[in-house]
Design a protein around this ligand. Structure first.
Ligand code: DWN
Ligand code: SAH
Ligand code: ZN
Length: 414
């Protein structure tokens, strides 16, 4: 845990003072799924706490582990594990191509390109594309399917390297990665150098508005250093002459926002920008007090989930977890839920199986261990994939199994 004063920081967007709103206590690396003996040796923790900037309102972590601890050759998350997300990225790519790609032989650059799920759609259409992905194992998965990938963290120097080797980009894309990068200024500077004059930036991230509304605090973990809103994104990009030209709400990852930016004056600003900004004002998204209240709601949610799991245990019920998500690391460590309350977590990602959950040591097992015989209850840690999961786990429910949901409220379904 950090020893320095952990109650405030200099806002990573505007440089003004950001004050702590809530702490989720000591947390491990969210994706550090390790064999039990190794997990016991590696007891790294940092304090997961959010602060809100008094000037630009950006919600951000006070402390974040160094990037090489999180992104490396054993990174555990592969985009392609969800069919619904694979479809989502096909649609995202198609929307970029139809709505925003201009000029002859355009180049599309995606950062955080992971296993190449999104870029595969450009490859299939013969559009020039390039990925930037620092986690070598997932980058290799992309290269294995023929997607050119620079194995590196994106920042201004990487952008210059791309320009010198490939020329300027017509589209700069990112999904669930901009919110991972604390040195946002270097990223925006890199985009400024990389993007053609009439190029477009389109990126998606979990949306602060949804997190605040649903109380979905599991979007906060080591990797997610920012919880963006239209307000914070427009501030961060204005410094380099970009403006928000559109914003489109997405149902993915429990509620996301797609931000579309271009150089000032290059494109028409859509009415959605002003409408969503007004909604953010009404929601008081940039107020410190809103996030202190959010913290109090998280405490209540934690008590309810613990009560429910303890009751079920007292009744002798079998409870397992479904999907060993990064998000579940925050829930499990914040609520202090271990193998005494959740027997194991079923997950389809081979690299997670046979390992234990970070900090709480719950075994992760393949889907084949999830019955029959089915457990009595399954905690839906992959709640953002509810539709996809419910559609394929009808036998569990038919056998009398029940799901445990925790957002917006802790509840048992059906
Ligand atoms: O932002 C991030 C998002 C894009 O992905 C990263 N920082 C890390 C990661 O977050 P996550 O781990 O919370 O993402 P998901 O998509 O909620 O993780 C899904 C997990 O659930 C994977 O481990 C695969 C598993 N899963 C499963 O076991 N059965 C998923 C589905 C759909 C299933 O049916
Ligand atoms: N875009 C994919 C993957 C998101 S997970 C999706 O939405 O499913 C976040 C990814 O960003 C990881 O693969 C991680 O290795 C990568 N990443 C982290 N920091 C990065 C940086 N500075 N530049 C580029 N990619 C980064
Ligand atoms: Zn700020």
């Amino acid at each position: 845990m950090a020893t320095k004063d952990n109650s405030r920081l200099e806002c990573r967007v505007c440089g003004k003072l950001a004050r702590k709103a809530h702490s989720f206590g000591p947390q491990p690396i969210a994706n550090a799924f390790l064999p039990l003996d190794q997990a016991r040796q590696d007891d790294y923790r940092f304090e997961l706490a959010i602060a809100v900037c008094g000037d630009c309102g950006t919600v951000q972590l006070i402390d974040q582990p160094e990037r090489e601890r999180m992104f490396h050759g054993q990174y555990a998350f592969f985009t392609g594990t969800s069919q619904a997300m694979t479809r989502h990225f096909a649609e995202f790519a198609d929307w970029v191509r139809r709505t925003h790609l201009r000029g002859e032989d355009p180049l599309v650059v995606e950062i955080g390109s992971n296993d190449g799920t999104m870029l595969a759609n450009f490859k299939d259409r013969g559009i020039r594309h390039l990925g930037v992905e620092p986690s070598a194992n997932v980058a290799q998965a992309a290269m294995d399917r023929g997607i050119p990938t620079i194995v590196s963290f994106f920042d201004a120097p990487t952008a210059r390297q791309i320009v010198s080797e490939h020329g300027k980009a017509s589209a700069f894309l990112a999904a669930n990665v901009m919110c991972h990068i604390p040195y946002l200024h270097s990223v925006v500077e890199g985009i400024d150098e990389l993007l053609a004059e009439d190029g477009v930036v389109a990126f998606e991230d979990p949306y602060a508005g949804d997190v605040l509304e649903k109380g979905s605090y599991d979007q906060l973990y080591d990797e997610h250093v920012f919880l963006f809103s239209l307000h914070s994104v427009s501030r961060a990009f204005a410094q380099r002459g970009f403006e928000l030209v559109d914003a489109l709400a997405q149902p993915t990852h429990g509620g996301s926002m797609r931000y579309v930016l271009a150089r000032k004056g290059a494109r028409t600003v859509q009415p959605a920008v002003a409408a969503l900004m007004a909604r953010e004002d009404a929601q008081k998204i940039a107020d410190h007090a809103s996030w202190v209240e959010f913290g109090a709601r998280c405490e209540r949610s934690k008590q309810r989930l613990l009560e429910l799991l303890s009751d079920l245990k007292a009744q002798g019920k079998r409870v397992v977890g479904y999907a060993a998500t990064s998000k579940s690391t925050t829930i499990l460590n914040y609520c202090r839920i271990g193998p005494d309350l959740v027997e194991f977590i079923s997950d389809t990602t081979p690299i997670k199986q046979g390992k234990v959950t970070p900090g709480t040591y719950i075994p992760v097992k393949p889907r084949s261990d999830f019955g029959p015989p089915y457990p009595d209850y399954a905690v839906l840690f992959g709640w953002n994939h509810e539709k996809e999961i419910f559609a394929k786990e009808t036998d569990f429910v038919r056998s009398g199994g029940r799901w445990i949901r925790f957002f917006p409220d802790v509840e048992v379904v059906p």
